[in-house]
Write a new protein. Sequence first.
Length: 125
Amino acid sequence: MTRFDDGMKTRRRVLGDAHVDRAEAKKTAFDEPFQTLITESAWGSVWSRDTISPRERSMLTIALLAALGNHEEVAMHIRATANTGASKDDVIEALLHVAIYAGVPRANHAIKIAKETYAEMEGQD
């Protein structure tokens, strides 16, 4: 199995088939090299490691994305918690760390995104 295959398997397990299928359907010749890069590196190299659990990796990812202000990716990874095992309590703990170490405004906005995303996931939109 190639790193790309490992990455696609992990990507599907974490993000879900529907998300990956939508992303693959939107892929063009222009962004195909980028899609291959993230599938091999993020999903095939980092997310496929078994050193830490998917739950822990999910918490780290959400905290880093929030700290860097990558808001669209925060929502995507909040949705992925349904597959990673990271609970709402885990997520708020990660975002409290963001508040202290990366800034209250970043954490505040990520908490708003998390609340909206959880409401959508629970059918309360």
